[in-house]
Design a protein around this ligand. Structure first.
Ligand code: NAD
Ligand code: UGA
Length: 486
């Protein structure tokens, strides 16, 4: 099972036999206008298809994956991902017009439109290692589509891909298969985890890139018709293929760049007694700049920002645009610096040694409302704290299974559900993920059971720092001068 997904639990529909259950989820119950297939049942494939199935009852949607375990989880009562509002939506359509199946080949053959939602991680080997996209899953998918297609199909790139990837896909799909025609569309996904359902139900925009040929425009219209079931016409943007592919990378680049910008200013605030929250508010009030994505933190995480920016860097280097490449690379370097800076601040505050000290880590997911820990700053920060010989008690409402996996083989740490228990007897608290429940904790009770002097490192500026200081904590918030009792 790949990182980032929660293991499937027991199937609670135990009153039905497995055979009956499989038939229920695999067999269409009526005739549908179109057959849609989604290849890849991950964080994007599962939720996107659930929303499409809810909004388009006249389409049959099948989701397939090479992971049998993941498909079983989507067919069970314990979904493989935690996403607010998803399960309600899924239960309304699963077995009606939404089906999760392991039968990839038959599903390809039956499909009119195929969404490709497989993972596109950073390459870990060979040329471009550490920067370029590993396209092996995309290529495997394209080859399988070619081998199993007996009729013309629309192929929709939903995975995030390098610009001009559609040309590669087209070459693979058409070589050696003259009878079947494939029309490639780019339709990148802009949803964020934790708000996926809302983002998909009320998207700021849906972007569709196509070729400017009669076949390309006809394919584009099919996808437009699908989205018009619920997306207002003015929110549908159509472009050429390359603009669409590139816009996805650039959107993530711009968002991440804002975070690195404010994080860079946060470190300056810490030494000048300016307050990053005040600066960010003052700057964001300018309607040309806007207030969103200006929250300083311990560094951005998630499966996409780093990989997509590095992909942009790699593309620029490929075209020998070295200055452009280093501009974007700096967004990632600053993020690395921010994570390390958070660790160094803890170390310096706690008298330059963590050896033998206990720290509670509040939050391990890369952001609240998800169990996803891919590229979470918590991974780097915890490993560094362990290197400094601290003992860690990690707590998180949804991400402990993944956290165990991320930190497997490491010693001097434990995973605790209850934040009060996690903080018992510790010297300091490192808050890395701003789960809403942390604001509601009784910090007097927590303080009373901690070693003294007690430290708190609020990596998200989530907590009331003056109240914490009054309780007796030494408070280190991101981008603010510390409040200490020394
Ligand atoms: P994921 O790892 O959660 O899911 C990908 C799935 O594809 C896995 O279940 C994997 O088993 C399956 N897969 C891989 N190769 C396959 C093959 N040949 N045949 C069938 N299934 C195969 O990834 P994700 O987070 O859903 O991301 C998918 C794509 O969407 C990536 O390109 C990512 O950059 C992009 N994206 C992700 C998000 C997000 O929030 N996670 C948002 C927007 C875009
Ligand atoms: C991001 C984008 O927001 C989505 O539009 C995009 O579709 C997706 O990447 C993708 O391509 O995968 P996501 O990574 O799920 O979505 O979550 P974000 O809300 O963007 O947060 C990313 C990271 O930035 C988190 O670690 C978050 O804590 C951090 N962040 C965000 C900050 O540190 N400060 C902010 O002001 C905002």
């Amino acid at each position: 099972m790949s990182k980032g997904l929660v293991r499937s639990g027991p199937d609670l529909f135990s009153f039905k036999s497995a055979k009956h259950r499989a038939e229920k989820f695999l067999m269409p119950q009526k005739d549908f206008k179109k057959n849609i297939l989604c290849i890849g049942a991950g964080y994007v494939g599962g939720p996107t298809m659930t929303i499409i199935a809810n909004k388009c009852s006249d389409y049959k949607i099948t989701v397939v994956d090479i992971s049998k375990e993941r498909i079983a989880a989507w067919n069970s009562n314990e979904l493989p991902i935690f996403e607010p509002g998803l399960k309600d939506r899924l239960l309304k359509v699963r077995g009606k017009n939404l089906f999760f199946s392991n039968d990839i080949d038959t599903s390809i053959d039956q499909a009119d439109i195929i969404f490709v939602c497989v993972n596109t991680p950073i390459k870990k080997f060979g040329e471009g290692a550490g920067k370029a996209v590993d396209l092996q899953f995309i290529e495997q998918t394209a080859r399988r589509i070619k081998e199993n297609s007996k009729s013309n199909k629309i192929i929709v790139e939903k995975s995030t891909l390098p610009v001009r990837a559609a040309a590669t896909l087209e070459n693979i799909l058409h070589s050696g298969n003259e009878k079947v025609r494939f029309e490639i569309l780019s339709n990148p996904e802009f949803m964020a985890e934790g708000t996926a359902v809302r983002d998909m139900e009320f998207p700021d925009r849906v972007l569709i890139g196509s070729k400017d040929t009669p076949a390309g425009l006809a394919a584009r219209q099919e996808l437009v018709d699908l989205y018009l079931h619920w997306v207002p016409k003015e929110n549908l943007i159509t472009t050429n293929l390359w603009s669409s592919e590139l816009s996805k990378l650039v959107s993530n680049g711009f968002l991440a760049q804002r975070i690195s910008s404010i994080n860079s200013i946060a470190t300056l605030c810490e030494v000048t007694e300016a307050d990053v929250t005040e600066v960010s508010k003052a700057v964001g009030k300018d309607s040309r700049i806007g207030p969103k994505f200006l929250n300083a933190g311990p560094g951005f995480g998630g499966s996409c920002f780093r990989k997509d920016i590095l992909n942009l860097v790699y593309l620029c280097e490929h075209y020998q645009l070295n200055e452009v490449a280093s501009f974007w690379e700096q967004v990632v370097s600053l993020n690395d610096y921010q994570m390390e800076h958070y660790v160094r601040r803890i170390l310096q505050a706690m008298f330059n040694t963590l050896a033998g000290k206990k720290l509670a880590v509040f939050g391990f997911a890369f952001k609240p409302n998800t169990g996803d820990t891919r590229d979470s700053p918590a991974i780097y920060i915890c490993k560094r704290l362990l290197e400094e010989k601290a003992y860690l008690r990690i707590t998180d409402p949804q991400a402990l299974k993944n956290a165990r996996n991320d930190l497997q083989d490491l010693e001097n740490l434990e995973f605790v559900e209850d934040p009060y228990k996690a903080a018992e007897g510790v010297h300091g608290i490192a808050l890395i993920t701003d789960w809403a429940e942390y604001s509601k904790l009784d910090f007097q009770e927590i303080f009373d059971k901690m070693e003294k002097p007690a430290f708190i490192f609020d990596g998200r500026n989530q907590l009331n720092r003056l109240a914490l200081f009054d309780i007796g904590f030494n408070v280190y918030s991101v981008g603010k001068a510390p409040l200490t009792h020394f």
